[in-house]
Design a protein around this ligand. Structure first.
Ligand code: 5GP
Length: 193
């Protein structure tokens, strides 16, 4: 079953603090058919935008990103949460990101080698909550003076602040599924993307 809403209803589990666990098909064990279907929808939304690169943050953004990148025939770059000793400070773009699920801060980095002012970048992530990861990646793409084409999300929790922050930044946001509420452990969807 490739439909994301259906899979969320069948296999998603609501945890405290408004966390939706979908690790049986999206971000631990992965069902490629679900991700492939999401990828097609995201690609259709940004059709004609001449995307040159997909950017995400490790780890759970990587699966949808690589499938979208493969379908578009462009490279995918993921921001690293730990700076390898082989990458010196002046060789990277970086931004501070607060993790919603882990309640920790990390400084995520991308090597300057892999973003240039010519790039038209589509940012991808599995979830949108308060928009920390997406805003950090927008910051990094801006540091590279590349163009942010948009932010594509698999599951948006529309009752949190991320959507508004991204729209306030003037960025085109597409979320395949929007969740209006997780109250009482029940998933309620919002209309639209
Ligand atoms: P944000 O940065 O928008 O505040 O949160 C998005 C990031 O936190 C995503 O990269 C995702 O890994 C994680 N996240 C936020 N909310 C959830 C959730 O309800 N379930 C899961 N599995 N991850 C989440």
């Amino acid at each position: 079953m490739a439909n994301l809403k259906q899979r969320i209803l069948e296999d998603g589990k609501v945890f405290p603090n408004n966390v939706l666990k979908v690790d049986s098909f999206l971000n631990h064990q992965i069902d490629p058919s679900v991700i492939s279907d999401i990828a097609d929808k995201i690609i259709a939304h940004y059709q004609g935008r001449e995307i040159t690169k997909i950017v995400t943050v490790e780890a759970s953004g990587i699966a949808p990103s690589i499938i979208i990148a493969e379908k578009l025939g462009v490279p995918m770059v993921f921001a690293k949460k730990q700076q390898p000793s082989t990458l010196k400070d002046q060789a990277v773009y970086g931004s501070k990101v607060h993790s919603y699920t882990k309640d920790t801060d990390s400084f995520v980095i991308i090597s300057k080698q892999y973003l240039s002012p010519d790039d038209k970048v589509l940012i991808i992530d599995d979830f949108l909550a308060n928009g920390e990861a997406a805003m950090g990646l927008i910051d990094i793409v801006n540091q590279a003076q590349a163009e942010v084409v948009g932010v594509g999300i698999c599951i948006e929790k529309s009752f949190q602040d991320g959507r508004q922050r991204i729209l306030d930044a003037g960025v085109d946001l597409y979320s395949e599924v929007r969740i209006a509420s997780l109250a009482n452990s029940k998933v309620e969807f919002a209309e639209g993307h």
